[in-house]
Design a protein around this ligand. Structure first.
Ligand code: SF4
Length: 467
């Protein structure tokens, strides 16, 4: 689980690949996009099997992100590559989905003349029919209307393979609990592209969790733009904490994670549940964005740094080994050197276990896009380097503290350097690689492991007690 900017959602090629066509999906952006990709595989599975390269595909989908500029640029460079592939395989279909599709709609067809379908974040279930229309000779299809389409999704999409390398099976299930966002951060396009927040019913989420567990998932990751405002739109209202308690009571759920809570919505019951429920992982990813109150106000984040720090203090007082990770934007319009120093100060206080840091890039249509920039791009990049160097020191020291300890590891994948060996994660979400093969273990095993070292930002372990 990460806020990583780009991923390649490969899935193991299925046994019926001879009878169906190949689909390749390139995913940019956040965990929500990754989750939508897994849904698309499920929606398309009757007609398409996953392949691991666009050259092998009959259908290529590009799941875009518009939160930052780079993924958007990558869309158009990838469409250039697709033009060449289409020249050798004229039957190949190309689709664009995700936030850029939602935002730009038909305009994408003008910039990318080889695109066959464009569909928005609320129209995933329409994809098979859009493709069929296009195959039948209709002009390129566009569907970007806001529309609730959960009801039309096939049951059991929670069992999608969440691995990055195609081998992890279904140890972790990502489950959307809400869509859209009611906040209005001045730099963010999500409320425009994904619409207002809509929560799913508790029973529906529970059903999906049970299906995932039945199919072998041990870890459930709940997804929402502001996950802890879940349920406020339901009637009667339901709290996120209530949902956590319900899911943790489901037999077979070993671990629960969630992405991402908003500091404004953190209340005492949340702190209490997250620090006392044994199934809730000892890890919180809570976006900070800036350590300066002045910048937080310009961002319209609706909290002050003191509130953020108090939440972390409360959590760490109750759970000293809680891992804290965050997102930080550097070079927001108007950010002075003093504001930037205040962000570094918060990093020093919190000692984040990991950060995802970005240089501010204006998104058209957002208030921040018309704010006055005070510093050059070079200065922004310099600040980013300073911030990342500081984090590297903090993170290395935090990881070194693990060496010599024993920790519970959920095996969820294979060591990328040696696929005879497993890889897993501790509750705090650090990756642990094993360097020896172990008999009798499988994906989904929970083991006690001794941490014997670290390699840059991952840990190296030896299994002490297997199940
Ligand atoms: S909370 Fe702010 S940054 Fe997050 S999705 Fe909503 S508007 Fe965007």
């Amino acid at each position: 689980m990460s806020s990583s900017c780009e991923s390649q959602s490969n899935r193991t090629e299925s046994s019926d690949e001879k009878t169906t066509q190949g689909v390749y999906i390139r995913t940019f952006g956040c965990a929500m996009n990754e989750h939508d990709t897994q849904k698309l595989y499920k929606i398309l599975e009757k007609e398409y099997h996953p392949v691991d390269a666009p050259e092998k595909a009959d259908l290529v989908l590009i799941n875009t992100c518009s939160v930052r500029e780079k993924p958007e640029q990558k869309l158009y460079s990838m469409l250039g590559e697709m033009r060449e592939l289409k020249a050798t395989n004229p039957n190949m279909m190309v689709g664009v989905c995700g936030c850029v599709a939602q935002q730009e709609g038909e305009a994408i067809l003008k910039k990318g003349r080889n695109v066959d379908v464009v569909f928005g974040t609320h129209n995933l279930s329409l994809v098979p029919s859009l493709i069929q229309l296009r195959k039948n000779g209709a002009p390129p299809q566009v569907a970007v209307n806001y529309r609730e389409d959960w009801e039309e999704l096939p049951l059991g999409f929670a069992d999608a393979d969440s691995s990055k390398n195609g081998k992890a099976g279904k140890v972790t299930a990502f489950i959307s609990i809400s869509r859209g966002c009611n906040k209005s951060c001045t730099y963010c396009i999500v409320p425009t592209t994904r619409g207002p927040e809509v929560s799913r019913a508790v029973a529906e989420i529970e059903r999906e969790v049970r299906i995932a567990v039945h199919r072998g998932s041990k870890e459930i990751v709940l997804l929402g733009q502001t996950v802890n405002s879940y349920g406020l739109d339901l009637s009667p209202r339901v709290s996120f904490v209530h949902l956590l308690e319900r899911i943790s009571s489901i037999d077979g759920v070993e671990r629960i994670r969630f992405l991402s809570p908003h500091p404004q919505e953190v209340r005492a019951d949340f702190i209490e549940c997250v620090s006392s429920n044994p199934k809730v992982c000892r890890h919180i990813h809570m976006p900070l964005q800036s350590g300066s109150d002045r910048i937080l106000k310009l961002m319209n984040r609706n909290y002050r740094r003191s509130k953020y720090l108090k939440i972390i203090e409360d959590l760490k007082t109750r759970v000293p080994d809680m891992a804290v990770t965050t997102d930080i934007i550097v070079g927001f319009p108007g950010e002075t050197e003093e504001d930037f120093q205040q962000t570094l100060e918060v990093m020093d206080i919190v000692q984040f276990d990991q950060i995802y840091s970005y240089v501010f890039s204006p998104r058209p249509g957002t208030p921040a896009a018309s704010m006055q920039e005070l510093i050059t791009q070079e200065e922004k990049l310099h600040r980013l380097q300073v911030l990342q160097a500081r984090q590297e020191e903090i993170q290395s020291a935090r990881l070194d503290q693990w060496v010599g300890k024993t920790a519970e590891v959920l095996i969820d994948s294979y060591n990328r350097m040696d696929d005879r060996c497993f890889q897993g994660r501790v509750s705090q979400n650090f990756v642990v690689n094993f360097t020896k093969p172990y008999e009798g273990l499988s994906l989904g095993s929970l083991v006690k492991a001794k941490i014997i070292g670290r390699k840059r930002f991952t840990l190296v372990g030896e299994i002490e007690v297997a199940p």
